[in-house]
Design a protein around this ligand. Sequence first.
Ligand code: UD1
Length: 429
Amino acid sequence: MDRIRINGGKELHGTIPISGAKNAALPLMTASLLTDETLILDNVPRLADVAQLQRILGNHGVDIMAAGKRAGDSEYQGQTLHISAKNIIDTTAPYELVSKMRASFWVIAPLIARMGEAKVSLPGGCAIGTRPVDLLIMALEKLGAAIAIDGGYVLARAPQGLRGAAIAFPKVTVSGTHVALMAATLARGTTVIDNAAREPEIVDVADCLNKMGAHIAGAGTSRIVVEGVARLGGARHTVLPDRIETGTYAMAVAMTGGDVMLAGARPELLQAALDVLVEAGATVTPTNEGIRIARNGSGIAPVEVTTAPFPGFPTDLQAQLMALMTRARGTSHITETIFENRFMHVQELARFGARIQLDGETATIQGVEALRGAPVMATDLRASVSLVIAGLAAEGETMVNRIYHLDRGFERLEEKLSGCGAVIERITG
Ligand code: UD1
């Protein structure tokens, strides 16, 4: 199993190219199931989760061709995928495939909308209630699907097709909004989605669906209106830059000190996180090329942060911010409101000498003078990268084990960081 070894204490200087957003690429690829024409996606990141979704789509009969590099393409250029769901040969998404990645459950929406039926394993072997999909099911039922749950599978049927409906989410859900949006594009009549998620990835998917012939208005606000159409066609779309990768490297630079250009990053995608970084003492400068982030000399100031749906501070940057705050001059508080138990990194950060206390959904972080390198274990995607950030600033050697979580969401992490002077390497096997 691969590991990452870091010798901490080096400042970061240089340029880090930002990849396409995983959380947009996955629903965009899923949307290809809505049409029998080819969807071309540019700037798709090379990630384990993308490869996994390719396998899942392949199981439904989707052809995917990854175009080779063109002259002038940079080494970091995302891949171009030509995705054709001309013939859907199977409307079942089996447990073996869906259990590896929660977002693969979302195929249920285009399958029911286009084929009138779908049988999709509940994600990750979890029952509704613990890691719920209840709101996704509620949305599909509102659109007229008959839903049954049997043997760990969700069976959805709408032989006469879906029909437009009013869907009001009791809480903001990204997955629920994606599913409602995709399904509503092919429903008869008008769908109004209230309390919709406003994440930039929702807007990116809506833009692509509109290019495919959908009639969606209001994406990016909490009310989305969809006029259903009889069919969708092919389109070409470029995946937007990854705001979580951007924020992660910004936190890494704030942690180590230095001066880095995050090339291709867009500040409006993560303003709340950039504001927190400025409060913590970093200098953030938006330029034509991307976002320049620097911290010179000054220490790290403590902050008070609560995660919230977009445009609030993203839960996917909570662990990284906590790593940064372990070295602040003073005490910080971070409150997690989106996911329960999303504090698995706390125990591992303690191995570096961090002082963190948990009380319900709030972590109190007392900054320490220095961290010391340690062997640590990656637990989930965002938690793992917080350990890398801590390792970059810690004295001595850090070994991050079980890094397959990192490969799910961060493209060429060690290359991007070593290109800026970090001493970091992957040890294979
Ligand atoms: C997406 C992102 C993930 C991010 C999260 C919140 C992708 C692939 N993943 O996850 O990186 O951390 O948004 O920004 O885009 N919930 C229910 N019932 C449901 C669905 C969700 O109660 O049917 C709850 C969840 O348990 C959670 C909250 O709603 O507490 C938000 O979940 P949601 O926004 O749906 O997250 P994901 O789309 O799974």
